[in-house]
Design a protein around this ligand. Structure first.
Ligand code: MN
Length: 369
């Protein structure tokens, strides 16, 4: 049996406020579906974050439904779990698609059988490792699909690799981490397919999906055609580098890292890139003095040129914030709430739900003890 594994399509991401980028995310999903149909896979498995948030627009729904109908016409089932970005309090979008006969919402209660293989699923279950571990189903020799961060990819990841092995699953298809990863351990295959479009500037490698032969355990990558991102490293003179690469800039997202040698203006960089047809320009200030001038807890006091705040990103802002917060007397709960608010994986529209979930869990914990 051959399946196509994808995740983190984040349909609805209006990156940099651009409609073009919204369409790009949708197109990457369509491409994945076309590959599935072209290769005649037996199923498409989506490991969560189909949508970027809980409120996809009519355009996003329309384009997603169109792709799901194409898949259905080709006789290929679409199996999925819900990610943290799209998760709702009650009925999920995936339930709606299931009701229309366009998808299967995989469950941890009972497996979905396909070609004699049991498929288990776990919707995003929060950031507390004991709770995630508790909810993992036993899935001997089956396929497990989940949307969680493994401790192997992030030290604070809530899903212990060992706990995954204990489920007995032969193949584990994951979402949440945006880079493609594969582990083979004790005859099992555990993998993240990675995002299908560059959701953040850190996602520099090419984007793709995986085609997996379940019996043979063979995984092959299929590359997706995504918008070009051009990165100018901090040790280059940005204007000279843009000039040298002008042929690549048309329609591209350009990301310039400013190194300590750069004394020129940010406007000049943006104007140059735009003159060569760049779609969007991001400038990341990696200079020592940029970090020194910034007090994240007192932004009013920070000296910056007006109008630049939207384009400038400070790479170490988070580290700096964590450092300053550590000096303050905050309760454990307050720190956890702060972590949710600043977690780039939690969509703004989901901060409320995540904090509520945290408060409910800690109240229950208090009642129990
Ligand atoms: Mn994601």
């Amino acid at each position: 049996m051959k399946i196509l594994h994808l995740a983190d399509t984040h349909i609805g991401t209006r990156q940099y406020g651009l409609e073009v980028r919204r369409a790009d995310f949708s197109k990457a999903f369509q491409q994945a579906i076309e590959i599935a149909i072209h290769e005649g896979v037996d199923a498409v498995v989506h490991a969560g974050d189909l949508f970027d948030d809980r409120y996809p627009t009519a355009e996003d729904l329309h384009e997603t439904l169109r792709a799901l109908f194409l898949l259905k016409e080709a006789g290929i089932p679409f199996l999925g779990v819900v990610g943290n970005h799209e998760q709702r309090r009650g009925v999920q979008w995936l339930d709606l698609f299931a009701h229309l006969g366009l998808a299967v919402h995989l469950s941890a209660e009972r497996p979905h059988e396909l070609g004699g293989v049991p498929f288990w699923g776990l919707d995003y279950a929060g950031r507390r490792s004991p709770i995630v571990r508790e909810r993992l189903p036993r899935c001997d020799d089956g396929v497990l699909v989940a949307h969680q961060m493994l401790d192997r990819v992030q030290p604070q990841g809530e899903l212990a690799f060992e706990a995954l092995l204990e489920t007995g699953a032969r193949v584990v298809l994951l979402g949440d981490y945006h880079e493609h990863e594969v582990w083979r351990e004790s005859g099992r295959l555990i993998t993240y397919s990675g995002s299908t479009e560059r959701w953040s500037l850190d996602e520099k490698k090419p984007r793709g999906v995986s085609v997996i032969d379940l019996e043979a355990g063979v995984l092959e990558r299929r590359r997706l055609e995504t918008r070009r991102f051009v990165y100018v490293p901090p040790d280059e003179d940005p204007l000279r580098e843009l000039e040298a690469r002008r042929a690549q800039l048309k329609g591209a997202v350009v990301c310039v890292y400013l190194g300590d040698g750069w004394e020129g203006s940010v406007q000049a960089i943006e104007e140059r890139a735009r003159a060569y047809g760049a779609l969007a320009v991001r400038v990341r200030d990696r200079r020592e003095r940029a970090l020194l001038a910034l007090d994240p807890l007192d932004p009013e006091g920070a000296e910056g040129e007006p109008g630049l705040a939207v384009q400038l990103e400070f790479g170490n802002l988070d580290a700096l914030l964590s450092e300053r917060l550590a000096q303050r007397q905050l309760s454990e709960l307050a720190r956890e709430i702060d972590a949710i608010i600043r977690d780039p994986r939690v969509a703004d529209s989901n901060v409320d739900a995540e904090v509520t979930r945290l408060l409910e869990a800690s109240l229950q914990h208090e009642e129990a003890s």
